[in-house]
Design a protein around this ligand. Structure first.
Ligand SMILES: Nc1nc2c(c(=O)[nH]1)N[C@H]1C(S)=C(S)[C@@H](COP(=O)(O)OP(=O)(O)OC[C@H]3O[C@@H](n4cnc5c(=O)[nH]c(N)nc54)[C@H](O)[C@@H]3O)O[C@H]1N2
Ligand SMILES: Nc1nc2c(c(=O)[nH]1)N[C@H]1C(S)=C(S)[C@@H](COP(=O)(O)OP(=O)(O)OC[C@H]3O[C@@H](n4cnc5c(=O)[nH]c(N)nc54)[C@H](O)[C@@H]3O)O[C@H]1N2
Ligand code: SF4
Ligand SMILES: [Mo]
Length: 743
């Protein structure tokens, strides 16, 4: 393996690429990665990895990955020093804010920031300093419906009920394909192994999906459903529970309110009424409801397929209504809530009660869409840039996001970005989005960065605390990403680009400590010693968290030092999930809100749509284990093998539309069209075509040489940015009617 006799160092590192958060063992010699494998001792993932982990080496070594800032001059991106890049931003951004106000600056943040503590905990500081209402993120292309539904029911945006997979006897998976995605809003490495164990103990896995997916292939049963119809299926199942007297709240009964309101609201959604809308026989709907109700340990889990549709929030809500009414909420073998060691709002403040969540504290200027969790829908971004008037967006800061490929109507957005007065991107590539930026500030390679997951332990199948130190040295002079974000914060606050990031951090930390700890602030500051940046925030979060040492009051408790020391032995295991109701609730009533008025009202909209006929052909998305949204198509290890950006279509539909396996087809949605390679497959539901997202790497000005060789088609060039779930603002990415013909 090693070519020299220089020492080989072994590092343990959490994979930052997807929500499974697997523990890796990485061997390094002379600052070069020589092997990556699963860390057998990891308390969460026990050695499991997928092929993407290996690509961390490719990512680190990718010659296209940016290592120096770029400034655009005369339409060309030229290398610049960090000082020059910050000076350019200081020259252009503050005057623009002074002339046009804070709302003229928009911010957009993407998926990788959820996997980097520096980005996640410092982006908010920059956003607060700017104070613009125009904050957008990939959350409104993804899970916002689930967050809103969970927030309304349980009181906080990240209080998501999770299947207790190691003890359940029936797992129903709706609109998720964890065999490809490795799980989402549910950190569950080696889903397949856990599903097999479930089956081995006599349990069942059932999948509901318009495609017979990789997950469906290992399931005991699979049912096709018409895209976008989950709300009807779920409402009908809930109706069956009431009609057949199957409602049994179990141990959470004293803390649930709204059962009778739900009964009334779903009364019209009989299985017979829902059947054709769902493309499922009424008998199937009825027997699914009975099976869930009659299995003592059962769990229903739904993900992105049920979120990225017109009724995303309703569908997400009804999943947990179903879990609650069948007595599976907060039960061993049913749905449980994680108890995270740090950062979880449902472990802070007074147990059992809280402020709950609300939406609409402000609205988008053009569409009027309500704010949700501090954000506006990312599909409003193009029109906010294009539409003149008071508050028009004139500058944009992007952080780890590629909306030109990942958001509906990418071509419209690309055009809008060109009309901005100024754009800055914190990113690791010159890609389809950052090519529009005036200044690009490179982020670190994950292997150069420390790691602690802020969000995913709140969503994990097992409680734990794991930390990773940087594996490789950071290039001389390159700031960490939190430092870059603080520099930008200083610039917009008028403190200038020359401000020292560490000093700024000290000031901000002192402010935060005073706010959070009042009279104890000085002691907290002293206790964190010489720690800086995200490490300091993490130490405070761990020590004040539910397992923490409370700054010495509980000496056996956790702190950063202990979690760091456990890295090589696989992290600290905090045990299986346990029932947490009522302590974890943060609703104003102190109850599980089964019937939030906002949702009951929206159910009327679904009722109006119950009898809509099926369009001839609708499009949905797809994930492949060797891709990751839009940004890993430049890595040779992952791009090997068959071309993955194909339009999957049922053989009968191929005949109907005159397209052939391997041939090219034109897909149209009104004036929008793309061409894609056809792949005929009886795994598709008739009337549904599936095309993955994140492709279309043939746009001029990007520097992704490997990806450009097989660019693929951009499904988001076909989708309409005006289609949203009105409650959450989430984009509709599936179930959209299109036409298809041979190209
Ligand atoms: N049609 C359709 N569209 C979809 C989806 C779908 O299912 N169908 N899925 C949606 C979902 S779930 C999501 S989450 C979004 C994702 O949407 P985005 O978050 O906008 O897109 P990504 O493709 O994840 O792009 C990540 C960006 O971050 C950069 N990056 C990667 N690593 C780092 C890093 O360490 N530091 C910094 N600073 N930058 C980094 C990459 O170069 C890239 O520009 O896409 C959505 N779009
Ligand atoms: N390999 C890989 N892993 C990833 C990603 C990736 O790009 N590649 N992306 C990551 C991200 S950002 C996320 S958010 C997660 C998402 O993780 P998952 O939610 O598991 O996402 P998908 O694999 O797209 O599975 C969604 C399923 O929903 C189905 N579906 C589509 N429309 C409907 C519908 O209307 N109703 C129902 N019932 N089903 C429908 C699709 O056919 C698909 O099988 O994956 C993450 N993991
Ligand atoms: S499943 Fe793969 S990409 Fe996801 S965390 Fe594990 S190794 Fe990384
Ligand atoms: Mo996502």
């Amino acid at each position: 393996m090693s070519e020299t006799n220089h020492p080989v160092h072994t590092h343990h590192r959490i994979c930052p690429l997807c929500e499974a958060c697997c523990g890796l063992e990485i061997k390094v010699q002379d600052q070069k990665v020589i092997s990556i494998r699963g860390h057998e001792a990891d308390v969460l993932s026990r050695g499991y990895i997928c092929p993407k982990a290996i690509a961390l080496k490719d990512l680190h070594e990718d010659p296209d990955r940016l290592r120096t800032p770029l400034i655009k001059r005369n339409g060309k991106h030229e290398p610049a020093t960090w000082d020059e890049a910050f000076a350019e931003i200081e020259k252009r951004l503050p005057p623009l804010m002074a002339a046009h106000g804070k709302h003229a600056v928009a911010m957009a943040v993407g998926n990788p920031s959820a996997h980097k503590i520096g980005l996640l905990t410092y982006f908010g500081k920059l956003a607060r300093a700017i104070g613009s209402r125009n904050v957008f993120s990939a959350s409104t292309l993804d899970q916002m419906p689930k967050q809103l539904a969970s927030g309304l029911m349980f009181g906080h945006w990240l209080s998501t009920a999770l299947p207790d997979i190691s003890r359940t006897d029936l797992l129903v998976v709706i609109g998720a394909n964890p065999l490809a995605s490795n799980g989402s809003m549910w950190t569950v490495p080696d889903f397949k192994g856990k599903a097999k164990a479930l089956q081995a103990r006599g349990g069942q896995l059932i999948v509901i999906d318009p495609r017979r997916t990789e997950t469906a292939a290992v399931a005991d049963a699979h049912h096709f459903i018409r895209p976008g119809a989950d709300v009807f299926l779920l409402a009908a199942m809930v109706q069956v529970l009431f009609a057949e007297n199957l409602v049994n709240l179990g141990r959470v009964a004293p803390w649930v309110q709204g059962t009778e309101e739900v009964r009334a609201a779903v009364a019209g959604f009989t299985p017979e009424a829902a059947a054709s809308r769902c493309g499922m026989p009424a008998d199937t709907i009825r027997s699914l409801a009975r099976q869930i109700a009659s299995t003592p340990k059962a769990a229903v889990y739904a993900r992105i397929g049920t979120c990225t549709q017109l009724y995303g929030t309703l569908a997400s809500w009804l999943v947990d209504v179903l879990n609650t009414l069948t007595g599976h909420l907060d039960m061993e073998g049913g749905m449980l809530f994680a108890k995270s060691a740090a950062f979880a709002s449902n472990t802070m403040g007074k147990p059992g009660i809280g402020k709950g969540v609300s939406t609409g504290r402000h609205h988008a200027r053009v569409s009027g869409a309500p704010e949700v969790y501090g954000e506006l829908p990312i599909t409003c971004m193009a029109e906010e840039i294009e539409t003149p008037g008071e508050g028009q967006v004139r500058a944009l800061i992007t952080v780890a996001t590629n909306p030109v490929l990942s958001s509906p109507d990418g071509p419209r957005l690309a055009k809008a970005l060109d009309s901005l007065d100024f754009m800055v991107s914190l990113d690791i590539y010159l890609n389809e989005t950052t090519r529009h930026a005036d200044v690009i500030l490179p982020g670190l390679s994950p292997l150069e960065d420390l790691h602690y997951d802020v969000a995913f332990p709140q969503l994990s199948w097992r409680n734990h605390a794991r930390y990773s130190a940087p594996v490789l040295l950071r290039p001389e002079g390159q700031p960490e990403e939190w430092q870059t974000l603080l520099k930008l914060t200083a610039i917009v606050q008028g403190q200038g680009a020359r401000q020292d990031a560490n000093l700024l951090d000290d000031q901000q930390f002192a402010d935060d400590a005073n706010r959070l700890f009042g009279p104890h602030a000085a002691a907290v500051i002293a206790a964190t010693g010489s720690l800086r940046g995200p490490q300091r925030g993490l130490d405070v979060a761990l020590r004040s968290g539910p397992y923490g040492d409370q700054f010495g009051l509980k000496p056996e408790g956790l702190n950063l030092k202990k979690v760091m020391a456990a890295s090589d032995s696989g992290g600290i295991d905090l045990g299986e999930l346990q029932p947490r109701i009522p302590e974890m609730l943060r609703t104003p009533s102190g109850k599980v809100e089964l019937a939030p008025p906002l949702l009951l009202q929206d159910l009327e909209r679904a009722a109006q749509d119950l009898r809509a006929p099926a369009p001839d052909l609708v499009i949905i998305g797809r994930r492949d284990v060797r891709t990751n949204n839009s940004w890993m198509h430049n890595l040779p290890t992952l791009t090997k093998g068959p071309f993955r950006c194909t339009a999957l279509i049922h053989p009968d539909d191929a005949v109907r539309f005159g397209v052939q396996d391997g041939g090219m087809a034109t897909l149209r949605n009104g004036h929008r069209s793309v061409q894609a390679q056809v792949q005929v497959s009886s795994d598709m539901m008739p009337g549904v075509v599936s095309l993955p997202h994140g492709w279309g790497h043939n746009l001029p000005g990007a520097q992704l040489r490997v990806a450009a060789e097989r660019p693929g088609a951009n499904i988001n060039a076909l989708l309409d940015d005006q289609l949203r779930d009105p409650l959450s603002g989430n984009a509709v990415l599936g179930g959209v009617a299109i036409t298809m013909e041979a190209a």
